[in-house]
Write a protein that binds this ligand. Structure first.
Ligand SMILES: Nc1nc2c(c(=O)[nH]1)N[C@H]1C(S)=C(S)[C@@H](COP(=O)(O)O)O[C@H]1N2
Ligand SMILES: [Mo]
Length: 322
């Protein structure tokens, strides 16, 4: 399988400040922005000229702060990230999203913010994006099916948006809902789950600084198959929690039931924290296949984010609350 390679950076572009940073880090941070220019234009990315996309493109211009949360692990290639996907709205095959996601209509896009918030309403995506400080975050993504990737997302912390809308004292959980459009989304004409796809976090998980709303990857607006125009990324949980193409965020008091939990609570629990010690009923979670690599890697507790998130679960039996 051909691996993605960065173009080499001209020496003239190395700024004095960057020379103080590790060479490798500099290469990852700056070059990943714009690397998606190697994508065939219009094939993977949504077409140009949407209101929200204009806002996004202005904000992606220039260098964004980049935070590497995957140690020295190599980035997964843009071609793997955009051609090996789970996005059941387009079918259950790994290539279905790449084949059919162009049918997703992302303009106009609104995001409804509801429930236990001081400021609720239906917002145009561009109005929400205008208020955010974007950054790049390089995270591991570990699917419950035991494969993984390292993805350079672009977006902003979920907590920023929640704070902008003010949580009430009854805010205990945050529920996310994905797009519903069975005319265009062929997978939604089958009963794979109860559509629309629904996910949720406990409020402390949602407020955690690592919980991220991504609007792009490799420095470009989000490809449809990865959940355009806006999707959640929760790097310490199995990938199914990272819901794509979000249309609604609702803060609630009572514990919600998520789509996968409703479908199969034994296999896909509410918490879904990456845990090599708790096996899935049908396979071990101790190891994973890193897409683009040979062999298998050890799966890390909380996907390698234990130092950051373990304290959220200190009083819970992780065998029971999986
Ligand atoms: N709306 C929606 N979001 C979704 C899914 C889906 O089927 N529909 N699949 C999830 C699963 S199982 C995984 S592993 C990740 C995959 O994200 P990626 O394709 O961007 O790597 O998206 C998650 N978000
Ligand atoms: Mo997944």
């Amino acid at each position: 399988m051909p691996r993605y390679r960065y173009p080499t950076i001209p020496e003239s572009e190395v700024t004095p400040k960057a020379l103080f940073e590790s060479r490798r880090k500099f290469l990852r941070g700056s070059l990943s922005l714009g690397a998606a220019a190697t994508l065939a234009p219009g094939l993977l990315l949504p077409s140009k000229g949407f209101a929200w996309q204009e806002v996004l493109e202005n904000r992606l211009d220039g260098k964004l702060p980049s935070h590497d949360w995957a140690g020295d692990e190599e980035l997964t290639s843009v071609s793997d990230i955009t051609s090996y996907n789970n996005f059941y709205e387009f079918g259950t095959g790994k290539r279905d999203p790449e084949l059919y996601a162009h049918r997703l209509e992302t303009d106009p896009w609104s995001l409804s913010l509801e429930g236990e918030l001081e400021k609720t309403g239906i917002y145009k995506l561009e109005d929400i994006l205008k208020k955010q400080k974007f950054e790049e975050r390089i995270y591991r993504l570990r699917c419950v099916e035991a494969w993984s990737m390292v993805i350079p997302w672009v977006g902003f912390p979920l907590v920023d948006l929640l704070k902008q809308h003010g949580l009430t004292s009854r805010s205990k959980y945050v529920v996310f809902e994905a797009v519903y459009d069975p005319e265009r989304l062929r997978g939604q004409r089958r009963s794979i789950i109860e559509w629309p796809y629904r996910e949720a976090l406990r409020i402390d998980e949602a407020m955690h600084p690592l919980a991220f709303l991504a609007v792009g990857l490799y420095g470009e607006p989000m490809p449809n198959q990865n959940g355009a125009p806006i999707r959640l990324v929760v790097p310490w949980k199995y990938g199914f929690k990272s819901i794509k193409s979000v249309v609604s965020i609702k803060v609630v008091e009572d514990k919600p039931v998520t789509s996968w939990e409703e479908r199969n609570p034994e296999e896909y629990g509410f918490y879904a924290n990456v845990n090599p010690n708790v096996e899935h009923p049908r396979w071990s979670q101790a190891r994973e296949r890193r897409i683009g690599e040979r062999g298998r890697r050890e799966t890390l507790m909380f996907n390698g984010y234990a130092d950051e998130v373990a304290s959220l679960y200190s009083d819970m039996d992780l065998r029971r609350f999986y």
